[in-house]
Design a protein around this ligand. Structure first.
Ligand SMILES: Nc1ncnc2c1ncn2[C@@H]1O[C@H](COP(=O)(O)OP(=O)(O)OP(=O)(O)O)[C@@H](O)[C@H]1O
Ligand SMILES: [Mg+2]
Length: 390
């Protein structure tokens, strides 16, 4: 076995995988092997790269590393005990233990969530809602406190190897090793997942993420956006069934953002299930078939994008009078607000008031209309409605 193809990481006291630069807080009891960047070095005589420190692993941990390293691509692509869900989560809780006198934090408060196969699924929520915690649990980078997680039909606890092989995660935080080139990082990642040389497609991935001309540059010399793209490339090396993107477009320029979405759509058309978080709600509206909104560690909404958008009954009709009106419309169930340029915005609830009734109120006030438009709720309205001041 080639130890240089193995990544070692550790879980710290709060259960977060740290895969760079092991430190003194690691003990034999909390060291384990997970997918990441750090090329393994230990005190059993296996060497490492410059700049990395060695640390001790127990036999069980060494076996855990073997387990990961021996995963074959065939295994990663094999059929599962599949239902139609790519991910099944039930009763998922995460409590981060407080350190240095900080109180503990319940980041996930019992999440139940199924994500259908083949979908583009959006996970939305304000800062600190628990999105990354959820994603990092799926990735095996954060240890859950309670609950069940099935990935591609494999229970994360009962079959960690297969569940991990089924998913590729582009994390929110940059965790690239500065000493690797993009090609090197992809090759190491492929090795970690046991992808045979003939099945690797580093060049294809470099092309897809627009880093062909940077293939041999050290990661530390890449721009922020290029590093994020490399993280995407790394998530794809083992041809996972499920691709998870934690804020893929944060800090990525417009052209690359479009390229990224084109690629994501293409992967989805080829059958890959996509899960993504983004703070750009128009992106989510455009990209996602289904959306879950998380707030304070709980799922507060989960539906198809179309249903979520239709769930707000508040509508606004904006009319432009042909001459400035003497009186404003006045009818039950209709709010009236003057807008810039003489326009009048009429708010109504489509469940109780029809557009026809709104127009009648306008005519009853003796107003003739030169222009009219309606404003629909967008995802931002839905999002704010569900997450504001709660
Ligand atoms: N390692 C940690 N130790 C303690 N608390 C943590 C840790 N990581 C996250 N938290 C807390 O858990 C909560 C959820 O954080 P998380 O990173 O999952 O949010 P998020 O939804 O991804 O937010 P953002 O949109 O800002 O990325 C926050 O209150 C955060 O402070
Ligand atoms: Mg996050």
């Amino acid at each position: 076995m080639d130890v240089f193809r193995i990544t070692i990481a550790a879980f710290d006291k709060s259960g977060v995988g740290r895969n760079l630069q092991p430190h003194a807080w690691m003990t034999a009891g909390n060291v384990t092997a997970v997918a990441g960047d750090f090329v393994g070095v230990n005190n059993y005589g296996f060497g490492g790269l410059d700049g990395h420190r060695g640390f001790l692993l127990s036999v069980a941990e060494w076996q855990a590393m073997n387990y990961l390293a021996n995963m074959s691509e065939a295994a990663s692509r094999s059929k599962s005990a599949m239902t139609s869900n790519a991910i099944e989560i039930s009763g998922l809780r995460k409590i981060y233990r407080g350190s240095k006198g900080e109180p503990e934090k319940e980041a996930l408060k019992g999440i139940d969530l199924n994500i259908p196969q083949g979908s583009v699924f959006g996970l939305l929520g304000p800062n600190g809602a628990g999105k990354s915690t959820l994603i990092n649990i799926l990735a095996g980078l954060v240890l859950k406190s309670e609950g069940k997680v099935k990935i591609w039909g494999f229970d994360q606890d009962e079959n960690p190897r297969m569940s991990r092989a089924s998913i590729g995660v582009m994390p929110q935080e940059l965790n690239l090793d500065p000493f690797f080139t993009p090609r090197g990082a992809l090759e190491v990642q492929a090795g970690l997942y046991g992808v045979a040389a003939k099945d690797r497609d580093s060049d294809g991935i470099l092309k897809m993420i627009g880093l062909e001309d940077k293939a041999e540059a050290y990661a530390r010399t890449l721009s922020g956006g290029m590093r994020r793209r490399l993280l995407l490339g790394k998530a794809l090396v083992h041809h996972p069934h499920i691709l998870v993107l934690d804020e893929p477009t944060a800090g990525v320029d417009i052209e690359l953002r479009q390229m990224l979405w084109e690629n994501v759509r293409k992967l989805n058309r080829q059958g890959m299930t996509i899960i993504l978080t983004t703070h750009y709600l128009e992106e989510a509206e455009e990209m996602c078939d289904e959306i879950a909104i998380i707030n304070h560690g709980e799922v507060v909404a989960r539906d198809t994008t179309a249903n979520l958008l239709g769930s707000l009954d508040a509508k606004t009709m904006v009319i432009q009078p042909s001459v400035p009106p003497e009186t404003l419309p006045d009818a039950a169930g209709i709010t009236v607000e003057k807008r810039a340029g003489g326009a009048i915005a009429l708010g109504y609830n489509s469940k109780t008031t029809t557009a026809e009734q709104v127009l009648q109120a306008v005519h009853a006030a003796g107003i003739s209309i030169s222009d009219v438009k309606t404003e629909q709720a967008d995802l931002e309205d839905v999002f704010l409605d569900l997450t504001r001041s709660r």
